[in-house]
Design a binder for this molecule. Structure first.
Ligand code: XMP
Length: 500
């Protein structure tokens, strides 16, 4: 007596047999007495380089997942998206500028100070302005209010403001902007330097929706908007940089074109990059890590994909701080069958996280909220989701009705699939390592991610852990208990004996 009694296994015992374990292969047991409140639980995870996620979710860099719309919505909900690199010109060659535009849209979405507002020239027609606004959408809405500068460029001499209420989209199309804008002498503006707080105060005091901010010579420096302030209030979890802009990552390859991509995407304001390769333990990746760390020391670089402690140690020695853990475990992956080198998702995460101080990003095979909880519990600091986000309103592509089930669905495809055509972009044909299909429509990120958060918080509550650090400490001390699952247990844990 007096001895502590534990049921189940510790994580160490669970994984020790050298068997590939997936998230389905074990459950977490409720052995902890809960004496914390749900509102004490914080899901925050610090990725480094100033990127702190209040929701430990990264959207996978995949062309059926990470549109700018999804990256904006996820960042507002406390996660972060990674803009994929599979944009192509009509001749099939890579189009870096499209990726840059997506990044710019995310960075422009919710600014305290909008650095590069969309501007027009006084000589533009209203029709031109409407077209420029359509081209520069923020989320799904076209821009309809524009600072007017002499040159028509974002930092030119400010001459006025063309607001939505200043023109009719039908009656005034042939008018010049200068004939409909509010001219400078009637305009309330701020003068740089000004704090965001002061700018906000001015907006409210003067009942304004937009406040242009100029330098002493009247050159436009920034634009501050009321809708951004409203969004600030609405999304307290939002992942933002020091200028209150949403944060975003981009995918980069290990081929020579990467140097141009890095330069342009970081210039566009991206906060970090993922070296997006299925095989990260290579000379190419090491060279890329070294290059990025030296040239862009303030930016986050995420390496991978890897799934063994050997690879972790190898990349950690090169100064990497975070990596994607998972090879062949993704829902659209056929890597295991194609090349035979892969690892079951949970085993990879457990062994890698144990072997390194780097941030472990569990990637692949996460199908439900419980899998996110399991990944975090066995050592992950954050998860990457492809499948779980692909069917959302904000992911690219249209929702269609699946003829067999009658359910709304969206396309989801592996980046190594024939359909994503990555072989062609690389200039040689490859055996596909992924497939394409459909996933169920899930509604908006703004409804789905809060539900995911709710599930994770419920689990932390049951496990009596206030944050991810506590969870890891408890797991490492053997105080979180696990049990292996049989086929029967799997069947039992899904809906059974029910006509639906
Ligand atoms: P889930 O399970 O969330 O996995 O759909 C997303 C992850 O899968 C990886 N990925 C691929 N792996 N062939 C692969 O072997 C592919 O075509 C492919 N496309 C994506 C990637 O790591 C992603 O985050």
């Amino acid at each position: 007596m007096g001895e502590e009694i534990y049921s189940g296994f510790s994580a160490k015992e669970l994984f020790k047999e050298g068997i590939g374990m997936t998230y389905d292969d074990f459950s977490i047991l409720d052995t902890s007495f809960t004496n914390i409140d749900r509102n004490e639980i914080v899901l925050e995870t610090d990725l480094g380089k100033g990127i702190v996620l209040k929701t430990p979710i990264i959207a996978a860099p995949m062309d059926t997942v990470t549109s700018k719309e999804l990256c904006i919505a996820l960042a507002l909900q406390g996660g972060i998206g990674c803009i994929h690199y599979n944009f192509k010109n009509p001749d099939g060659s890579p189009d870096i500028d499209k990726q840059v535009k997506e990044i710019e849209s995310v960075k422009r979405f919710e600014n305290g100070f909008i650095e590069n507002p969309v501007t027009v020239s006084p000589e533009n027609t209203i029709a031109d302005a409407i077209q420029i606004g359509e081209k520069n959408k923020v989320g799904k809405s076209a821009i309809d209010t524009f600072p007017v500068t002499e040159s028509g460029k974002p930092h030119g001499k400010l001459l006025g403001l063309l607001r939505k209420q200043d023109y009719s989209r039908t009656k005034h199309t042939d008018f010049k902007v200068k004939d409909r804008m509010v001219p400078l002498k009637k305009l309330i503006k701020g003068e740089w330097p000004i704090t965001l707080h002061e700018a906000n105060k001015l907006l409210w005091e003067e009942h304004l929706l937009f406040l242009p901010i100029t330098d002493k010579k009247c050159n436009l420096r920034y634009l501050v908007t009321r809708s951004d302030l409203d969004k600030n209030e609405e999304y307290p979890l939002a992942t933002k940089d020091e200028n209150k802009r949403l944060m975003v990552l981009f995918a980069v390859e290990t081929r020579p074109i990467a140097y141009e991509r890095l330069e342009k995407c970081f210039k566009a304001g991206a906060d970090g990059c993922i070296i997006d390769t299925s095989q990260g333990y290579t000379r190419y990746e090491v060279d890329m890590i070294k290059y990025i760390k030296e040239k862009y020391p303030d930016k986050l670089v995420i390496g991978g994909n890897i799934s063994t402690p050997e690879a972790c140690k190898g990349l950690e020695e090169e100064g990497l701080n975070s990596y994607r853990c998972g090879q062949g475990s993704g829902s659209i992956c056929t890597t295991s069958g194609a090349i035979g080198v892969s690892r079951a998702g949970a085993s990879g995460v457990y062994y890698c996280a144990k072997a390194t101080k780097m941030k472990t990003i569990a990637d692949g095979g996460i199908r439900q909220v419980g899998d996110i909880v399991k990944a975090l519990t066995i050592g992950a600091d954050v998860v990457i989701l492809g499948n779980m986000l692909a069917g959302t309103e904000e992911s690219p592509g249209n929702t269609i009705i699946d003829p067999e089930s009658g359910l709304p669905v969206k396309i989801y495809r592996g980046m190594g699939s024939k359909e994503a055509n990555v072989g062609e972009i690389r200039g040689y044909s490859r055996l596909p390592q992924g497939v394409s299909g459909h996933v169920k429509y899930k509604g908006s990120i703004h409804e789905w991610v809060p539900l995911i958060r709710d599930g994770i918080i419920s689990a932390f509550h049951v496990l009596n852990c206030k944050n991810i650090k506590e969870l890891h400490e408890k797991m490492n001390k053997g105080k979180i208990r696990f049990e292996k699952r049989t086929v029967g247990s799997l069947r039992e844990s899904n809906v059974h004996d029910l006509l639906m």
